[in-house]
Design a protein. Structure first.
Ligand code: PLP
Length: 403
């Protein structure tokens, strides 16, 4: 067997994420005891909520460790509907709980797409959409915003979607992430409804990845899609535990709310490959979402957003986007391209800028290349205040040194 045949052609093409490559550079700095300011990782920190921990501990103590319903615990599926305020529109037969939102998305791709079907993503797709789609033998295409009034913020309009669907008759779905990782932008209710309307007319699924939906700033509420019977045939909402609570990414719980027939197909599929997520963490998730939501994490993140904004004021060669939601600051760094570092290297793309920041001052970011948007960096501010203050001062200095 040829060495190249030992791994399937599709998986062999996957690149490790740049975040991992940056980790090596971080390791080198740490070994030399040089400072590191980590804005790279998209994960909430802080102490795990005592109620979530107690529910997990109790689940083990009471030995809730046997297989459960492959669709997820019935009481958790019911609680998901309350958490998303969807109880009046859907029943438990519309909910499936999975091993993180990643598996929710993989279930959708696998259950909706035939080989070579096209899936449309919005303009700065989160890093794993493409590998998950390709692993499902689907063909991913990014919709670029040309006709959108918000195109400068990489938001796609109904006209943009129609234009793409005209030339891609085999498109099976359109996937939007709002609030968006990496751009932090939020589609308004009108924008979402207009996109859904196109999908309903074209009989294309509309997938709304709303994993960051609770982390809305300045008192804004999450813009919910308007529901009716037709919309419910085509709308699939993806959410989960990973972002809206402190330290819960590793619980690996996500869920999908969607049409009954598709949900049934996904449960069938999931029953064959994970049998559903771990029972104790489903119980922990239930404890988290069935009580009133604690907004203290949002208040803290908003203060950190404001701190970063102040400390990054006047950052040389960088344009910083507004952050209405999530915990990401999105930086347009095209102003750095073509500039020379003090050692004479010319920065050509966002990977170069990310590498320059890590190696010269220990500021770790995620390069836009991972999100198919060269020209940008994503900075997570779910990080200690002193790192924000020191990290921004350090970035100021080295970006100011570019000629
Ligand atoms: N969707 C988005 C936009 C994400 O940012 C992530 C994780 O970073 C996921 C889905 C996957 O979430 P999970 O960790 O629950 O699998």
């Amino acid at each position: 067997m040829n060495v190249n045949e030992r791994i399937s052609a599709k998986v062999a093409k996957f690149r490790p994420s740049l975040t991992l490559a940056l980790k090596t550079l971080v390791g080198e700095r740490e070994a030399k005891k040089l400072p590191v300011y980590d804005f790279g990782v998209g994960e909430t920190k802080g102490a795990l909520d005592a109620g979530i921990r107690a529910a997990g501990e109790q689940a083990f103590r009471e030995e809730h460790t046997m297989y459960s319903d492959p669709a997820g615990l019935p009481e958790l599926r019911g609680a998901v509907l309350d958490w998303l305020n969807l109880r009046d529109h859907y029943g438990p037969e519309n909910v499936i709980v999975s091993t993180g939102a990643k598996q929710s998305l993989f279930n959708i791709f696998l259950s909706v797409c035939n080989p070579a079907d096209c899936v449309l993503f919005d303009a700065a797709p989160w890093v794993s959409y493409q590998p998950l789609a390709v692993a499902s033998y689907a063909f991913p295409v990014m919709v670029l915003p040309l006709a959108s009034p918000s195109r400068d913020l990489l938001k796609v309009s109904a006209d943009d979607l129609n234009r793409n669907l005209d030339v891609r008759p085999h498109a099976k779905m359109f996937l939007v992430n709002s609030p968006c990782n990496p751009t932090a932008q939020v589609y308004s209710g009108e924008e979402i409804d207009a996109l859904i309307q196109v999908c309903v007319e074209r009989k294309v699924y509309f997938v709304l990845d709303r994993l960051y939906w609770r982390i809305m700033f300045d008192g804004d509420a999450y813009p919910e899609p308007t529901l009716n019977d037709e919309v419910k045939q085509w709308l699939i909402q993806v959410d989960g535990m990973s972002k809206n609570f402190r330290r819960t990414g590793g619980l690996r719980i996500g869920w999908t709310v969607g049409p009954t027939d598709l949900t049934k197909a996904m449960v069938n599929l999931q029953s064959h490959y994970t049998s559903g997520p771990a029972t104790p963490t489903q119980r922990a998730a239930l404890a988290a979402i069935e009580r009133p939501y604690d907004v203290s994490m949002i208040t803290e993140l908003q203060a950190k957003r404001d701190l970063l904004r102040r400390e990054a004021e006047g950052m040389p060669h960088v344009r910083i986007w507004p952050t209405p939601a999530s915990f990401y600051s999105f930086w347009d760094v095209t102003g750095c391209f073509g500039r020379k570092t003090p050692d004479g290297t010319v920065l050509k793309n966002s990977d170069d800028v990310a590498e320059y920041l890590v190696t010269t001052c220990g500021v770790v970011t995620a390069s836009g290349s991972g999100f198919m948007q060269n020209g940008y960096l994503r900075l997570s501010f779910a990080t200690p205040e002193e790192d924000i203050t020191r990290g921004m001062a350090a970035a100021h200095k080295v970006l100011g040194a570019l000629a």
